[in-house]
Design a protein around this ligand. Structure first.
Ligand code: TXA
Ligand code: MG
Length: 315
C-alpha cells in the first residue's frame, strides 16, 4: 500500500475523480468546514474497515455518516420533530445528529459499530457538498489523521499523516472552524449533548427552547465503547481451539466453525463482518467460543472488541 497519494483540485474534474475513488471502495480525504475527513462509502464494510486500518485505530468507534442533505439523512436515520428543528436551524453546518437507524438503511454495521443508531451530518463546505452530490451516497468520515494525532485542518496535514495509506485528498485550503462538529443524540426522550464541538451549545439550546442533557462521563468520550451496547446474550470465550458443550464457534481463517469472520484469514474482511457476526451470535443465545485472531493491524481493534464482549458483565 505504498502507492503515492493523489492531490486533487476542488474543481469538477477533481471532484469527479474523488467520487470515482469512493465508488471503487477507496479512501478519499476531503475538506469540511470543521476538519478534513477521511471518507469511504458507508455502505461498503470493506471500505469502512480500511478507514480504521489507515488511521491505525486500536478500537472501533462508530463513525459519522456524511450526507448531501436532509432527504438523504432520512434514508438512514429515523426522523423526528426535534431532528427537523435542529436540521432546519443548523444544516448544512457543524452539527451531527445521532438518530435511530431507519429500516432498510443499508449501511455497513461497522460504521455504526453495531449500534441501533447512526450519526449523521450535512457539512456546509462547498467542496464537501460537491463531493457528496457527485458520489450521491453516504460517506463515513472520521478526521483524516492517524489515531492519536491532531485533527488535520489542511491537505498538507493529511499528506503528512496518511501518505501511502489512502487514494487521495481533495485540497481546498484550510478549514474555517478547525474543531469537530457538535454531536447531539436524539435516540431517547430528551436531546443529549454527546460531544461539544464547532457549533456552540447555547445556539442549539436556543433553537430547541430547552437545555441539552449531559450523558454519563463514559458516554461523552466513547459512547460506542459501553460494554452494555456490545455484550451478546451468551458468555464469550476467547482463543478457543474448538467449541465445547453447547458453544457456537466463531472462527477466523482456515478452521472448522459455525460462523467465520474471514475463511481466508483477511483482517479487513473480518473487521467488515465483525458486528454482523456478533448480531447473529446474539440471536442464537448460546455460549460463544472464538478462535485466535492475530494481534496485528485491524486484529488489534477486533480483539479489543471481542475482549470487551468477553469481559465480566456488570448489569
Ligand atoms: O467535524 C466532524 O464531525 C468530523 C468531520 C470530518 O466531519 N468528523 C468526525 O467524525 O469527527 P468521527 O467519525 O471521528 O466522529 C465519531 C464520533 C464518535 O466518537 C462518537 O462520539 C460519535 O461520533 N458517534 C458516532 N456514531 C454514534 C452513535 N451511533 N451513537 C453515539 N455517538 C456516535
Ligand atoms: Mg478525530
Amino acid at each position: 500500500m505504498a502507492e503515492s497519494m493523489e492531490i486533487l483540485a476542488p474543481d469538477a474534474a477533481g471532484i469527479a475523480r474523488a467520487a470515482a475513488h469512493l465508488r471503487a471502495g477507496r479512501l478519499i480525504a476531503f475538506p469540511t468546514e470543521t476538519v478534513y475527513g477521511l471518507g469511504a462509502d458507508a455502505r461498503d464494510g470493506t471500505a469502512v474497515a480500511a478507514i480504521y486500518a489507515a488511521k491505525g485505530r486500536p478500537s472501533f468507534n462508530p463513525l459519522i455518516v456524511h450526507v448531501a442533505g436532509t432527504d438523504m439523512a432520512k434514508r438512514y436515520g429515523q426522523w423526528s420533530d426535534l431532528a427537523e428543528v435542529l436540521a432546519s436551524a443548523f444544516w448544512p453546518g457543524p452539527l451531527t445528529l445521532v438518530l435511530p437507524l431507519a429500516d432498510g438503511h443499508g449501511l455497513s454495521s461497522l460504521v455504526t459499530a453495531g449500534l441501533p443508531s447512526v450519526a449523521l451530518r450535512v457539512p456546509a463546505h462547498a467542496t464537501a457538498r460537491a463531493l457528496l452530490g457527485a458520489f450521491d451516497g453516504p460517506v463515513a468520515a472520521p478526521s483524516a489523521n492517524p489515531s492519536g494525532r491532531i485533527s488535520p485542518t489542511t491537505a498538507a496535514h493529511v499528506v503528512n499523516g496518511l501518505q501511502g495509506r489512502i487514494a487521495g485528498v481533495v485540497d481546498d485550503g484550510p478549514c474555517s472552524v478547525g474543531l469537530e462538529s457538535t454531536i447531539v443524540g436524539l435516540t431517547g426522550d430528551a436531546p443529549v449533548l454527546l460531544r461539544a464541538g464547532g457549533l456552540p451549545v447555547e445556539a442549539i439550546e436556543a433553537a430547541l427552547g430547552m437545555p441539552l442533557a449531559r450523558p454519563v462521563p463514559d458516554e461523552i468520550t466513547a459512547p460506542g465503547q459501553l460494554t452494555s451496547h456490545y455484550a451478546p446474550a451468551g458468555q464469550v470465550r476467547l482463543e478457543a481451539e474448538r467449541a465445547e458443550g453447547n458453544e457456537v464457534l466463531l472462527g477466523f481463517g482456515n478452521v472448522d466453525c459455525d460462523l467465520n469472520l474471514s475463511p481466508g484469514g483477511d483482517l479487513t474482511e473480518a473487521a467488515a463482518r465483525l458486528f454482523d457476526c456478533l448480531h447473529q451470535l446474539d440471536a442464537m443465545a448460546r455460549p460463544i467460543a472464538v478462535t485466535r485472531i492475530s494481534e496485528r493491524g485491524l486484529g488489534v481493534a477486533i480483539n479489543d472488541r471481542l475482549r470487551r464482549a468477553a469481559a465480566p458483565r456488570n448489569t
